[in-house]
Design a protein around this ligand. Structure first.
Ligand code: NAD
Ligand code: GLY
Length: 377
């Protein structure tokens, strides 16, 4: 498929009964946003939450599509960055909606990365017990992961994402053209989540990424559209089976128990992005799987190379935000909601594309393993 032929968006359906919805993926979708959103409108207005960076770069384009359609836009622009996912700004957003008389049949649009999507979705779930919610994700991470599946949250003093709800959007519009302004580092962080879908259950996708990963990172139109579509299809299938993570959805957390510990040690600060932590966290999950004899070491190293080739850090000793401490990392893993008596469930793998839930990893053995990994730079 040529870039020039990418006019019709790719459609991926998330099957959740009467809460099913479409993810539309394609170039220049912002210009068509009002046409895609109109079927959900019962009033001639939309509410939009965005961040200062995204609004400065892409706000005019989104505004233009609504004003052309005769719709008014009421926007709330929040500061960019993880600290926006706060109880305080959530409350401010709800007050803003109430001040403007928002009702359940109004449409609230999240226009930004995972931070804006998570906060806005949570606000939508609460406003008068639930208003219509649409995601227009603008980071690669948000297009392939956070905008799909209905997890919404803000952070608490006690930790990340501790206050939230499952609340599905009515529609996701992933315009791959907006990624052109995304800094390289943020692109790579999103790419880690793309590799994740291959590592979970799709070896053919790993082979495809080995060949086309550079094109995805360079945003070659057909390559980025394919990578986003495969990722969304994969996530949609898993979410359709287990919306609220009673079982199989946990595989989407491959690399995340290690990754969250790394983020916690960094105070969730800007030195280490979520996707960067997940990238190295996945390498740790593969290498720990090999250490337990679950998969060949050569397979784990192939996965590590895929991470490293994209410019992400495979080795813990070289990860930004370090140096890390194995005892502190294990302490953070002990805070996992599912940790019990020195054991924690981990998503491990029997091979590339064969992730599974390993229910009881021994944290003292994990600490020895991390100590060894810290020597690798
Ligand atoms: P983000 O929303 O902070 O965006 C990263 C940065 O990119 C921000 O500074 C933002 O202003 C900027 N940006 C966004 N779009 C841009 C564009 N097109 N051009 C230029 N700059 C742009 O971070 P993120 O990586 O998108 O999301 C991380 C958040 O997502 C975390 O809070 C994480 O917990 C959450 N998350 C949620 C889920 C879920 O299922 N709900 C899944 C994964 C991650
Ligand atoms: N990002 C993990 C999930 O959505 O379940």
């Amino acid at each position: 498929m040529d870039a020039d032929t990418l006019t019709e968006p790719t459609q991926v359906r998330v099957e959740l009964g009467d809460r099913s919805y479409d993810i539309l993926i394609g170039a220049d979708l912002l210009a068509q946003a009002s046409a895609h959103i109109s079927p959900f409108l019962k009033q001639d207005r939309v509410f939009i939450v965005s961040d200062e960076t995204v609004w400065r770069l892409h706000g005019d384009a989104l505004n233009a599509t609504f004003s052309k359609a005769g719709l008014s836009v009421i926007e709330k622009i929040l500061p960019a960055g993880e600290s926006t996912k706060s109880w305080t700004l959530l409350g401010e957003t709800l007050d803003w909606l109430l001040e403007h008389g928002a009702s359940r049949d109004d449409v609230l649009i999240a226009f930004g990365g995972g931070v804006i999507g998570d906060l806005t979705g949570f606000a939508a779930s609460m406003l008068k017990r639930g208003m219509q919610f649409i995601q227009i994700p603008t980071t690669l991470l948000a297009q392939v992961d956070s905008s799909v599946g209905g997890k919404t949250a803000v952070n608490a003093r006690h930790g990340k994402n501790l206050i939230g709800a499952f609340y599905q959007p009515r529609l996701v519009l992933a315009d791959t053209s907006v990624l052109a302004t995304l800094p390289d580092r943020e692109r790579r962080a999103g790419y880690a989540e793309i590799i994740k879908y291959g590592l979970i259950n799709d070896r053919a996708f790993i082979d495809w990424l080995s060949q086309h990963g550079r094109d995805v990172l360079d945003l070659v139109p057909n390559a980025i559209a394919e990578a986003v579509a495969v990722s969304c299809r994969s996530k949609a299938q898993i979410v359709a089976q287990d919306e609220q993570e009673g079982g199989v959805r946990a595989v989407l957390n491959l690399g995340h128990t290690f990754g969250h510990a790394l983020e916690a040690e960094n105070g969730y600060g800007p030195d280490l992005l979520h996707g960067e932590a997940v990238g190295t966290g996945m390498v740790l999950a593969l290498r720990y799987s090999a250490r337990l004899g679950l998969m060949p070491e050569s397979e784990a190293e192939r996965g590590a190379n895929l991470i490293a080739q994209s410019g992400l850090t495979a080795n813990l000793g070289a990860l930004p935000g370090g140096p890390y401490d194995s005892a502190a990392l294990v302490e953070a893993m002990r805070q996992d909601k599912k940790a019990r008596g020195g054991k924690v469930p981990l998503i491990l793998a029997k091979g590339l594309g064969e992730a599974f839930i390993y229910p009881n990893a021994d944290l003292s053995d994990v600490q020895d393993f991390l100590q060894e990994e810290l020597q690798k730079s």
